[in-house]
Design a protein around this ligand. Structure first.
Ligand SMILES: *Cc1c(COP(=O)(O)O)cnc(C)c1O
Length: 370
């Protein structure tokens, strides 16, 4: 299996640069760094540690499952962790033991927290989630004030209140504005009764072009990994941090008229130098890139020919005559003035860079520290 491999290089200095770019944009507000889905496929432990080591105070890390949170704690990370999906009802003991801060969005869970903390004589801090238009997690804004009263009566600490945008990545931010207005109404009502928990709403898209939504803290995910969810004139300068390479397993010349891969969707039109590379849809290289993807071989863009297979993909490398078996080919990254990043792959694969990055999570990682 010596040559059958792919690697993902994660460039940590660029991660630090992206964090600084966010910081510059938001001023003194707090940063809740989103490292769910194994840090969008980049490796949550290494990414979290690198973010913490930049010296900038990361107020919190945010994850989407209790197991992700516990993994970070077991790796020695002591930064507060926001569990975006809330505590599973049957795992409150672990949520408390590992000092995870859960999102809260239903009465049953509040009652269970109240019973647990009373019985154990411990405390728990929560961030209340309000649904302002995402239609996912959260209580209705109109019910927020009585709900917060119940949180207070139960002896639970209300540390934050938050919501999530459904389309802040559009140029037209009218719906995002309506969402902001709803959460601000709650904020104003709370202030009147002497409560001022941390309010947060902005994802990467809002950080890029909706400063009114910064509130007390922001929750960047995608932009930390080097991509903007939308293209705008005064864009923040970001650097993709993941490069994916794969090795050439086999090379051969085939005559004109040779079918390539499953379904014979590609037939060579001339004598062609075909490279078989060690990445496929099982590694996160989308099958929708069959016959339309490109990779970079020795600084030359080369097309994917035929269907992407589970563990292998074929390339027409006629234009890269120096390529040899065992050489690295760039799947995502840059070489010799050519670049193919996750946003370009996503466009061709009819998806979003988020899905491309998350898809690559099982590829072995190498962390570059300088
Ligand atoms: C994923 C997520 C984020 C980060 O979103 P990006 O678009 O990656 O910046 C922020 N908040 C919540 C609730 C999320 O689920």
């Amino acid at each position: 299996m010596a040559f059958k491999e792919s690697i993902a290089e994660i460039h940590l200095p660029s991660l630090a640069k992206n964090l600084r770019a966010v910081e510059k944009r938001i001023g003194s507000r707090k940063i809740i760094a989103v490292v769910k889905a194994d840090a969008y496929g980049h490796g949550a432990i290494a990414v979290a540690k690198a973010l913490i080591q930049t010296g900038r105070k990361i107020a919190k890390l945010a994850v989407a499952s209790l197991d992700e949170a516990i993994l970070l704690r077991k790796a020695g990370i002591q930064t507060p962790i926001l569990l975006l999906t809330g505590s599973p009802l049957d795992r409150i003991a672990e949520t408390v033991r590992y000092q995870i801060t859960p999102a809260l969005f239903d009465e049953n869970t509040l009652a269970a927290f109240a019973r647990y903390t009373k019985k154990k004589g411990c405390s728990i801090a929560v961030h209340l989630k309000i649904d302002t238009g995402m239609g996912r997690l959260g209580i209705a804004p109109e019910t927020a004030i009585p709900f917060i009263q119940k949180i207070k009566d139960a002896g639970i600490l209300l540390e934050g209140v938050f919501s999530h945008f459904s389309e802040a990545d559009l140029a037209d931010i009218s719906f995002a504005r309506a969402q902001l207005k709803k959460i601000k109404t709650v904020q104003t009502a709370l202030r009147k009764i002497g409560f001022s928990p941390n309010f947060h709403l902005a994802n990467s898209a809002a950080i890029v072009h909706f400063p009114d939504a910064y509130l007390d803290a922001v929750r960047p995910g995608l932009m930390l990994y080097g991509y903007s969810p939308l293209q705008v004139p005064n864009a923040i300068s970001l650097h993709p941090i993941m490069t994916v390479k794969t090795r050439v397993i086999a090379l051969k010349y085939v005559p004109s008229g040779t079918p390539i891969s499953y379904g014979r969707t590609f037939i060579t039109k001339r004598e062609t130098r075909v490279a078989v590379v060690a990445i496929g849809y099982a590694d996160g290289y989308p099958r929708t890139l069959s016959n339309c993807g490109e990779m970079i071989a020795h600084g030359t863009r080369v097309p994917v020919i035929g269907r992407v297979c589970m563990d292998m993909t074929m390339l027409d490398v006629t234009a890269a005559p120096s390529l040899s078996v065992g050489d690295w080919v760039i799947v995502m990254g840059q070489e010799g003035g050519q670049s193919i990043w996750a946003d370009a792959l996503a466009k061709k694969a009819n998806t979003i860079p988020y899905e491309i990055l998350c898809g690559m999570k099982q590829i072995p990682k190498v962390y570059i520290t300088k």
